[in-house]
Design a protein around this ligand. Structure first.
Ligand code: DOR
Ligand code: ZN
Length: 354
């Protein structure tokens, strides 16, 4: 008998871009409606590099959360070669900072202030290893000689694995893992390593970006790879393995910034992520593992409790329609189109009805 209803702990999103200003105001409610917490990416312009900036950003996010939503932004700092270990300690000690984001300089959107040479951030990483603060890694090399489809595998060999050998106590999340190599690397480690997987990398492969015309709204970084990699990501996500959890990497850009001669990387999935994921897990015959992926594995790695409240997912008779775009005060943002119909809707379960 097919499953038509699922009650799960309220999910969390362990990798989310909320931006700033009117974009932030427009996108926050889509995440806060059904997600309890989210790890907030710090790649604003200028990047969030200090505890003070993170506190101000957090306050602005909270102001954009509708009154009847229950949402906690978990703040991160953007690692630069000027970051001091004392800043990290101050952020952790105050309870505000939950992780540090490592962008190799030039790897993706607003990563220019990122790290050029790991040896320049070693004292910060040593401090993080000491206190158990997760390092969230954008795992791609930026060497122009390395093919874009190989950048994750080369990063693991030349940056991540040497780093983890040098600092085995450093707790690392490989953000938005996209390849069999990435999945296998995570599986082969026995401690201090986990990975987030995005909604879109479970659904699209590189053909979806490049066949029948170029599709800028499927372009993101790391770029989607060939089909065998998508299948490996799906197998990892639905396996229940606690080392894999949801980080949507929902990354809204105005349509004008994507539909142009040099379009930005990023896919806006916050609008329909839960419905898309329920469909993926249903297609895999593993709806029973959805709660582990979206609600349990992430808090376990971050040493937090799962959310107390619950969300009901139920199957609908007619497809749940998503708009093609949402409006922001600065212009439209295209919503991720999964290219399949979604028959799952989410509903919050009021306290006391659990
Ligand atoms: O596709 C992406 N968009 N990947 C990233 O790493 C950054 C993100 C963004 O900020 O737009
Ligand atoms: Zn991201």
């Amino acid at each position: 008998m097919s499953i038509t209803e699922l009650i799960i702990r309220r999910p969390d999103d362990w990798h989310l871009h909320l931006r700033d200003g009117s974009m932030m105001k427009a996108v926050v409610p889509f995440s806060s409606a059904y997600f309890g917490r989210a790890i907030i990416m710090p790649n604003l312009i200028p990047p969030v590099t200090t505890v003070e900036q993170a506190a101000i950003y957090r306050k602005k996010i909270m102001e954009a959360v509708p009154d009847n939503h229950d949402f906690e932004p978990l703040m991160t700092l953007y690692l630069t070669e000027a970051t001091r270990p004392e800043e990290i300690w101050r952020g952790v000690d105050s309870g505000l900072i939950k992780a540090v984001k490592f962008y190799p300089a030039g790897a993706t959107t607003n990563s220019e202030s990122g790290v050029r040479d790991l040896k320049n951030v070693m004292s910060v990483l040593e401090k993080m290893a000491d206190i158990g603060l997760p390092l969230l890694v954008h795992g791609e090399v930026t060497d122009p000689e390395v093919d874009i489809f190989d950048r994750e595998a080369v990063f693991i060999d030349t940056v991540l694995d040497p780093l983890r050998r040098r600092l085995p106590e450093l707790r690392v999340v490989m953000e938005h893992v996209t390849t069999t190599t990435g999945v296998n690397y995570v599986v082969s480690s026995d401690k201090n390593l986990a990975a987030t997987i995005t909604t879109h990398h479970l659904i699209i492969n590189r053909n979806d970006i490049l066949t029948g015309g170029i599709k800028p709204h499927y372009y993101c970084l790391p770029v989607a790879k060939r089909e065998k990699h998508r299948l490996a990501l799906r197998a990892a996500a639905v396996s229940g393995d606690a080392r894999f959890f949801l980080g949507t990497d929902s990354a809204p850009h105005l349509d004008g910034a994507k539909e142009c001669i040099c379009g930005c990387a990023g896919i806006f999935t916050a609008f329909n992520t839960l419905g898309c994921l329920a469909t993926v897990f249903e297609q895999e015959g593993r709806l029973s593992k959805l709660e582990a992926f979206v609600s349990l594995n992430g808090p376990k790695f971050y040493r937090l409790s799962p959310n107390a409240s619950r969300v009901r997912l139920y199957k609908t008779h007619d497809p749940v329609m998503s708009p093609e775009k949402i409006k922001t005060a600065d212009g439209p943002v295209t919503v991720f189109n999964p290219m399949f119909s979604v028959y799952w809707r989410a509903e919050n379960i009021a306290e006391g009805q659990n």
